[in-house]
Design a protein around this ligand. Structure first.
Ligand code: CA
Length: 224
């Protein structure tokens, strides 16, 4: 009888030890995955509520941090963006978001307010308005983003409510959206425009299309 009892005790103790080890392993595993998730999300910009071009379930997200007042952003929009859209956005592999940066003071802010207003009130016109506003950027540095210029660009679109656009830029009714972008700029320590981020990887030279392509291809392979 004694022998059976001690055998039972040993079995119970062993079971407790095994259960303990198993829960310890589960906890360690969870800690690991949490750490990994945090590292990724802290580097990849949140694109919720941002103008986004492409299929919502596209496997790769590219974000441009740009400024309507920045000549390199205009050049990027003309030299790289159309190719990127043709090769990857239209094919459903990439979705593209634009986040405002205000490196050039009041003019940047006015451009961002206008863009946020159009995105909020006429989201279907957003990307064309975005392009038209960049088109107005002169080749020499001068004051050009004015309320008059914004309304002039807005009037090219029959679906943009000009009175609403006017109120939004005059009363800064969309300032919260602009401030959200500003927060992202600070959080990700954006130092130059345009800054291009592919999922969580920054493209060192935004004009290096071959490198951009290889980063996209890497992400597509990793996702499979
Ligand atoms: Ca925004």
């Amino acid at each position: 009888m004694k022998g059976t009892n001690s055998g039972l005790k040993t079995a119970v103790i062993l079971t407790i030890i095994i259960l303990g080890l198993m829960s310890a392993l589960v906890i360690i595993n969870n800690m690991n995955s949490e750490t990994i998730n945090k590292t990724i999300t802290s580097k990849a910009p949140q694109t919720e509520g941002q103008p986004t071009l492409g299929k919502a379930d596209a496997p790769v997200t590219i974000v441009e941090f740009g400024d309507f007042k920045c000549p390199a952003c205009k050049a990027w929009g003309e030299a790289i963006f159309p190719q990127l859209v043709h090769d990857y956005v239209d094919t459903g592999k990439v979705k593209f978001s634009y986040i405002n940066v205000l490196f050039h003071g009041e003019e940047s802010k006015l451009g961002a307010l206008a863009a946020e207003s159009v995105f909020k009130n006429s989201p279907n016109e957003y990307w064309d308005f975005h392009k038209e506003l960049f088109n107005e950027q002169p080749s020499h540095d001068t004051l050009w983003i004015t309320p008059e210029k914004i309304l002039e660009v807005g009037r090219k679109f029959k679906n943009i409510d000009i009175e609403k656009l006017k109120t939004d830029i005059e009363q800064q009714t969309v300032i919260e959206e602009v401030n959200n972008d500003l927060e992202l700029v600070q959080k990700l320590n954006i130092q130059q425009t345009p800054t291009i981020i592919i999922n969580d990887t920054k493209l060192d030279d935004p004009f290096d299309y071959e490198k951009l392509k290889s980063l996209i291809e890497n992400e597509l392979e990793e996702g499979n």
